[in-house]
Write a protein that binds this ligand. Structure first.
Ligand code: XIL
Length: 361
């Protein structure tokens, strides 16, 4: 078998896998191409050397997003040093397999390095650091990453409609400090809420300068339905569109807990964002199930999970503006749900730990 190049080996592995994994024809990737959709998965560079991981990813998806490799703590570990080694592996894999690459994420309040969070920078220094970071990372992948989550999870859960308190907003932050502005947004009526998202606007403008062709997204959790958080994001996106701030899309994460999703509200929400002229991407879908001590879910729950995946997919497909569906990982072997909830929840993805397609597939 020495004559086989890695591509042939991968194709052979995929063929043999297809025969015993419950995978159907056409693959998700073929089905997505037939309907002009992007179907993606978050991926971990360390797993790309595992043949079943690599062959499933390449066979089933036409889009990939680094799960962690582009977060500050990995890509920007020291003030003057960037480390693209992990993200480059994923980007190279995607390029070899003709997959589109989504970048995640340029600005977030989590997974930041200590030099940044404990650096006690002034607002001016912080703005400079952020601008240079965005331009370095977007610039490195200019022309290769087709879409970026520019800002992730900037709105708050506890105070609906308000921005989350983060380094970027107020420590000292590059956004307006509370009390600085006088005019109120209709959303919350709080006096200091006038365009509190000014720092978000600056990030979009910097990203656009670094790669004018890239699509720029605002990505958020728990904003899938019509609710106070999505209302506030809607007001921001509408304002951005009216004033020509370069925003192209909104990402709804779609981490579903409790086996419940309000499909009608999700449908209405997708419709109103699409009507603003932005694309909608489902960016991080998974459906966590209760699991036993072996990590297994019940057959009933696997069917309920399948119906949730089906309904969300149908809803997205019914809106021309909803152009991508992505899951947060693809095999239960490597999923943040399994690793973050002491294993009472898990089995959230389309493939089980042995890469067999589940009912959700
Ligand atoms: C998660 C990753 O999956 C984990 O590996 C990491 O330890 C923590 O972050 N919303 C996001 C993602 O936008 O970046 C998060 O990813 C999951 C929640």
């Amino acid at each position: 078998m020495k004559w086989r190049t890695p591509i042939f080996a991968l194709a052979a592995a995929a063929l043999s896998l297809a025969s015993d994994t419950g995978v159907q024809e056409p693959s998700l990737r073929e089905a997505a191409r037939n309907s002009g959709m992007l179907i993606g998965a978050a991926a971990r560079s360390a797993q790309l050397s595992e043949p079943a991981y690599a062959s499933t990813l390449a066979r089933e998806f036409n889009m990939v997003e680094p799960e962690d490799a582009l977060k500050w703590e990995i890509v920007h570990p020291e003030p003057q040093r960037f480390d693209f080694s992990q993200s480059d592996q994923i980007v190279d894999f995607a390029t070899r397999h003709g997959m589109k690459i989504r970048g995640h994420t340029l600005v977030w309040h989590r997974q930041n390095p200590k030099w940044l969070t404990e650096g006690k920078f002034t607002s001016t220094e912080l703005a400079d650091i952020l601008e240079k970071h965005i331009k370095a990372v977007v610039g490195h992948y200019r022309g290769r990453v087709f879409a970026w989550d520019v800002v992730n999870e900037a709105f708050d859960e506890l105070h609906p409609g308000e921005l989350r308190s983060t380094l970027w907003r107020d420590q000292p932050g590059i956004g307006p400090s509370p009390g600085a502005a006088t005019e109120a947004l209709p959303v919350s009526g709080r006096p200091y809420e006038y365009r509190p998202y000014q720092y978000i606007e600056r990030c979009f403008r910097w990203a656009h300068e670094a790669d004018p062709q890239a699509l720029l997204f605002y990505n958020e959790a728990e904003a899938e339905t019509v609710n106070p958080k999505s209302d506030a994001i809607y007001a921001m996106v509408r304002d951005f569109r009216q004033r020509g701030v370069p925003i192209d899309g909104i990402g709804f994460q779609m981490h579903i807990a409790n086996l419940h999703a309000d499909i009608v509200s999700i449908d209405t929400n997708i419709a109103r964002f699409a009507a603003l002229g932005v694309q909608v991407h489902i960016t991080e879908m998974d459906v966590a199930l209760p699991v036993d001590s072996n990590g297994n879910a019940s057959p009933e729950d696997l069917q309920l999970q399948a119906s949730l995946y089906r309904e969300i997919t149908r809803t997205c497909l019914s809106h021309p503006g909803c152009t991508a569906i992505q899951t947060w990982g693809f095999t239960d072997k490597y999923s943040w749900i399994g690793s973050h909830s002491k294993h009472t929840q898990g089995a959230a993805l389309l493939f089980d730990r042995s890469y067999h397609a589940k009912p959700a597939y």
